[in-house]
Design a protein around this ligand. Sequence first.
Ligand SMILES: [Zn+2]
Length: 126
Amino acid sequence: MSEPCFLCQAVAGEIDLPGGILWKDDRVIAFHSPPTHANPRPCIGQCMVVPRRHAQLADLTADEVESVIHASRALISALRAEGLAGVALDQVGPASGVGHYSVIVGARQGSHDEIDEFVNGLRAHL
Ligand SMILES: [Zn+2]
């Protein structure tokens, strides 16, 4: 049996997401990225935009791609409104070994204690 897909679990609400869902529509969710074993320090400014369907970019519909870009743009605007000018955008695709496409919208590192305040600040701009 293969490992469950972390992103599908996030979409299904099966894992705890620090700060909760930031953005959602019928095709996409966006949330603050929780810490992982590979990166145990939470990334306070890192948000993930994830299609609800387990698929790579090339297999997404035009509507799904549009939702990914729309949510990414909204998060970047919210990060800017919070005064974070240096926003990076990364895509996670097949080369990462993850079969579920996602976009990471990142800004800065911070402590786990700051996540709720940070995410609530973003949410006010979305
Ligand atoms: Zn998945």
